[in-house]
Design a protein around this ligand. Structure first.
Ligand code: PLP
Length: 397
């Protein structure tokens, strides 16, 4: 009854922990969850107001498939103003979230059997979207030592005649790691040797960077622009996850192909969300920066607390709202009940069952020696979470 395509897709590996957390909560247990992939803030008021006005003004109909001309113009202006990237509005397609943009970009470019290089730890959807496009995900494990950045040598080694796409995500979910200009220049140097390889550059966490300015791949290698599919959206920086609004910018041929797919699968995103997105990109960013500054305080607290625990090693991520500590020193240890914790999933289930702490195992992201903690939670929850984590780790033998 079920297609091979659907059977090939793995259910989200994060569900094991989040499903169990919900079960325990229902049973009345106290659970602190650092598993969320979304800001805990509310969407800024001026954006909500624009959406309400759109409703009251009767903006209730379908919009053009790639999005309203006003929003695409605002995105084009934003890319020019903030990123020094020159995209005509016709090169932009708005979607129901960056997730849809990544999925349709893969459907538009990958043929059966094509290989897609995905640095690990990766966002869980990349390999599964690649499978849905009948491509083959080639995951390349990056290292804690290099703050999980793919190196030029690793890229070169992974490339085969079947390579079609490289997916880069900076700042990264799940590690918070950011590529610097020189990292990107080194990768570009390799890509220049293989003119048929496209790059999906997922920059959805662009506004949540702490010390350095965000660097777009294309800024580091303007000559690769026609081969790069730039992905961005409103979910993370503007705390708009539920509004479902993202976009891609690319070469006109790619845009045409994605537009065809979008027109048959979903059409444009909600007219109301597009009005909200227009307000987001045509007002000042002070509220966005205030959220970023709050995330930075939390990041500093998390990194310091984690590194104070024996056998836990956490680099300081440059962006997003995740930390991804190395917990390998505790794998293979035994719980007070005599259970051996072989994997990061075992460790996370132990923390959940015994200490009511929900964090996501690195196994879900292709990195067995780590785990992801989201700090999109208030300081009180973070303090309680770190207390539980410290106790849980401290009990292991
Ligand atoms: C790396 C990455 N890309 C894309 C998305 C999708 O974002 P959106 O809510 O715009 O679909 C997410 C959301 O978790 C993400 O972490």
């Amino acid at each position: 009854m079920i297609s091979q395509r659907a059977q090939n897709v793995q259910p989200s590996a994060t569900l094991k922990v989040t499903g169990r957390a919900k079960e325990l909560k229902r049973e009345g247990k106290s659970i602190v969850s650092l598993s969320a992939g979304e800001p805990d803030f509310k969407t800024p008021g001026y954006i909500c107001k624009a959406a309400i006005e759109a409703i009251n003004n009767g903006q209730h109909g379908y919009t053009m498939n790639p999005g309203t001309p006003e929003l695409r113009e605002a995105i084009s202006a934003k890319l020019q103003r903030e990123n020094s990237l020159n995209y005509d509005p016709s090169q932009i397609i708005c979607s129901n979230g960056a997730k849809q943009s990544v999925g349709f970009a893969l459907l538009a470019t990958v043929d059966p059997g094509d290989e897609v290089i995905i640095p690990a730890p990766y966002w869980v959807s990349y390999p599964e979207m690649t499978r849905l496009a009948e491509g083959t995900p080639i995951t390349v494990r990056t290292s804690f030592e290099n703050n999980f950045r793919l190196t030029a040598d690793q890229l070169e080694e992974a490339i085969t005649p079947k390579t079609k796409v490289l997916i880069l995500c900076s700042p990264s979910n799940p590690t918070g790691s950011c590529y610097s200009e020189s990292d990107l220049k080194a990768l570009a140097e390799v890509l220049r040797k293989y003119p048929d390889i496209l790059v999906i550059s997922d920059e959805i966490y662009e506004y949540i960077v702490f010390e350095e300015e965000h660097v777009s791949l294309i800024n580091s290698a303007p000559d690769l622009k026609d081969r790069v599919i730039l992905i961005n959206g409103f979910s993370k920086g503007f705390a708009m996850t539920g509004w479902r609004l993202g976009y891609l910018a690319a070469h006109p041929d790619i845009v045409k192909a994605v537009s065809k797919i979008q027109s048959q699968e979903t059409s444009a995103p909600s007219s109301i969300s597009q009005a909200a997105g227009l307000a987001a990109y045509t007002n000042d960013l002070s509220e966005v920066h205030a959220m970023r500054d709050e995330f930075k305080k939390r990041r500093d607290y998390m990194v310091e607390s984690l590194n104070a625990i024996d056998g836990v090693d956490c680099f300081t991520p440059g962006g997003a709202f995740y930390v991804f500590p190395d917990i390998s020193a505790h794998l293979g240890k035994t719980t007070p009940d005599g259970n051996k914790l072989e994997t990061s999933t075992d460790l996370c289930l132990y923390l959940l069952d015994e200490f009511g702490l929900a964090v996501v195992p690195g196994d879900a992201f292709g990195e067995p020696n780590g785990l992801r903690m989201s700090y999109a939670a208030g300081m009180k929850d973070l303090e309680e979470a770190m207390d539980r984590f410290r106790k849980g780790i401290g009990c292991l033998l």
